[in-house]
Design a protein around this ligand. Structure first.
Ligand code: APR
Length: 241
């Protein structure tokens, strides 16, 4: 593929060392996890925007939790794919992800900013205390020992990102020699705005044209698991690791 070859040539020429990888749901699509805005993104005819809001949770914690339990069960069965593994091989890179599935960490990435939280953590609505919650809940909606409702520790539409996460991500993106943008539609802010903070080589991998394709130096029209290993191999070749 011509664009992929041109991107590899640019990597060979520039030998980037400071690398940020910005990911969205598409990087996990090859692990069998449905994206939000693609085929299979609807659940019982609801869109993410109908369920991932404080208002939806206030209206029906049960409905929102049923959706999360469905997503949690899919992710529990899924495995990181070749794209997650290739990204993890960039030991010094920073991964900034909008995903809440934890697959980057399961693939071995150590330096991950989760902009939107994690599916396998809960938060007490009364005192905000967080805890890991790996297994399915017997009764829905789940409650804290204090009696209050638990919610997933994720960022819903209209909520702010975890403290410091966006500032750290912005700083790293603005300093990076190379920004890889993998599998995001680029329509949800502030995450999508990170791309405009980067000056220099940027490479998108997405089978579809996204809202941020034109802001990237190269937009490779391919699946993450197909193109990310080749791109990342070129990075390793240029830096002898
Ligand atoms: N490889 C790479 N990209 C892919 C693949 C694949 N195999 N399959 C689909 N894609 C692309 C789609 O073309 C689309 O552009 O992944 C993107 C997924 O877009 P969205 O579903 O909008 O997911 P994302 O960009 O992560 O959404 C952002 O919105 O719903 C909220 O909080 C949620 O974090 C999420 C945020």
């Amino acid at each position: 593929m011509e664009v992929l070859r041109a991107a590899v040539d640019a990597i060979r020429k520039e030998k980037p060392r400071k690398i940020v990888v910005l990911t969205g749901a598409g990087v996990s699509a090859d692990s069998g996890i449905p994206t939000f805005r693609g085929a299979g993104g609807l659940w019982r005819n609801y869109r993410a925007e109908d369920l991932a809001t404080p208002e939806a949770f206030a209206r029906s914690p049960l409905l929102v939790w049923e959706w999360y339990e469905w997503r949690r069960s899919i992710v529990r069965e899924a495995e990181p794919n070749a794209a997650h593994r290739a990204i993890a091989s960039l030991a010094k890179a920073l991964v900034v992800t909008q995903n809440v599935d934890g697959l980057h960490q399961r693939a071995g990435s150590q330096n991950v900013i989760e902009l939107h939280g994690n599916l396998f953590r809960t938060r007490c609505v009364r005192d905000d205390s967080r805890r890991d919650a790996i297994h399915a809940f017997g009764d829905l909606p789940p409650h804290c020992e204090c009696g209050a409702l638990l919610r997933p520790d994720v960022v819903w539409f209209g909520e702010t990102l975890p403290e410091g996460a966006f500032a750290r991500a912005s700083h790293a993106v603005s300093e990076a020699d190379l920004l890889l943008v993998i599998g995001t539609s680029g329509v949800v802010f502030p995450a999508a705005g990170l791309v405009s903070l980067h000056d220099g080589l940027s490479i998108e991998i997405n089978p579809q044209v996204s809202a941020i394709s034109s802001a990237c130096t190269f937009a490779i029209a391919a699946k993450a698991a197909e193109a990310a290993p080749a791109i990342i191999e070129a990075i390793h070749a240029g830096t002898d690791r």
